[in-house]
Design a protein around this ligand. Sequence first.
Ligand code: FES
Length: 99
Amino acid sequence: MTTLTIMPSATALAVSEGDNLLAVLNAAGAPIRTKCGGEGNCGKCHIFVTEGRKGLSKISREENATLDTIVGVGSKSRLACQTTILGTEDVTVEILSFV
Ligand code: FES
């Protein structure tokens, strides 16, 4: 069990290995809008991982392809729907899209 901190609200919650990041954020009430339903195509779940990148699954080729279509992508960017908690270290994410 590790801790996920959601910014800018500074909400902290316990997460487990295998948890999908978008599902966790939605359950926590984070205001993430999606158009593809978590298929990794719309890019609306774009977030920044500000701490604990090694506590998350690696970026797949498909996720990278979608990230390449988004304005404002940086080295901390991930698609929450394509990201799984590994449970190896605490993670902090910054929510970028608002409903
Ligand atoms: S929900 Fe569409 S890319 Fe993640």
